[in-house]
Ligand binder design. Sequence first.
Ligand SMILES: [Zn+2]
Length: 74
Amino acid sequence: MERKSFELGDIVQMKKPHPCGTNEMEIIRMGMDIRIKCVGCQHSVLIPRAKFEKNMKKVLRSKSNADEQNSETI
Ligand SMILES: [Zn+2]
């Protein structure tokens, strides 16, 4: 099993897509509970960390990697 690591600002893919059809969520708050925001419709939900880890499929873009991608386009 691959260990899941994620941090604030990451864009993650969940196992179940949001009802709006988007399957990308941004982590906007971390703590005992995790708040994620749908990239498609901006709807945010607060879920327990254990449930988040179970439902998260993978990290699509981490905040640190995004900085590198931005520098390429400049
Ligand atoms: Zn949505």
